[in-house]
Ligand binder design. Sequence first.
Ligand SMILES: *Cc1c(COP(=O)(O)O)cnc(C)c1O
Length: 386
Amino acid sequence: MKDQTILVTSGRNASEQFGAVNPPVVHASTILMPSTKELRDYDSMKYRYGRHGMPTQHALMDAMAELEGGYKAVLSPSGLAAVTTALQAFLNAGDHLLMVDTVYEPTRNFCDKHLARFGVETTYYDPLIGAGIAALIKPNTKVVFTESPGSRTFEIQDIPGISAAAKANNDITVMTDNTWGTPLYFKAFDKGVDISIHAATKYIVGHSDAMLGVITARESHWQRLLDCNRTIGMAVAPDDAYLGLRGFRTLSVRLRQHQETAMALCTWLNEQPEVSRILYPAWPQDPGYSLWKRDYLGATGLFGFVLKGGVTRQSDAFLDALEHFGMGFSWGGFESLMIPNSKVKRTATVWRPEGLSFRCHAGLEDASDLIADLDQAFEGFRGQME
Ligand SMILES: *Cc1c(COP(=O)(O)O)cnc(C)c1O
């Protein structure tokens, strides 16, 4: 089946759901066992306790794994919980973790503040390192974590190159935070990844109304992931899984529109004399463009841009002037967003843009309304060049 058909059909089983098109929201904690036989076989029962998932959660796990080409998936109550669960599953005290320097900042906090307490050492590496990662691998390196493109600055990583180097002589688990690429546009398992993590809060839910994480594993890594997820007690409400599935069905059409609008905004921004640089892997002048073209099936609606160094007006006036771009964290919903990109934490590399930098999410509004809005807000900058 092609992806678009998987999006529509996967995780659905009309005969198990009273003929309804959508898997119903099944709330449960206790599951009654029909006889002592099932009670004894408890561990092998698909539905045995609410925490392990009911039909709603299983439908979403099955659909996500099928679309990305992984073996199976587990759910987490947030994207960050998916990241922390995956790391905990594959790291022990005394292990070494290689973490990309452009990682989502809460993931960095987890490494520095939490994993460190349990005796895991983290080394941050340059997102552009590629196969050069081999030089950083130590005998106790157990996980290489990637996130592409880089959080806020959009560097594309050579994930196949990193995976091949990590696996050349070592038993290293390669993870990726695939939130931007989604299971539709970046097929992590074909690229050498063992564990793919999604903040489903973003494009999977797609409507800015639920928190959700998904971790999908290769078969060789599945049992360890499942054991950890169960041991630490991760559980997701069926209502949130339902919202994830609801968004999943339209992922393809939404992403196509997000990408088209993002490209239209980048094209307009690039023509403004105040703009020095577009940060979007699908933009042909972007340094990551050729890797993106090689490894991705599409781009989504999140990108950045940098203004020229001489623009002195504070970004606050620009942001406050925007009407269609909300100021808020997260992204992947139907609405456009804009935030300043000024405070970006790096320890292994330097991020020093020439001027003010912003992160933009292109929503599903008409691109011409968004451009008109940008245009009137840019007026605030005009004449402010030194
Ligand atoms: C938002 C985000 C997360 C965290 O997801 P939450 O659901 O907000 O916890 C993790 N990684 C990336 C890349 C994100 O954008």
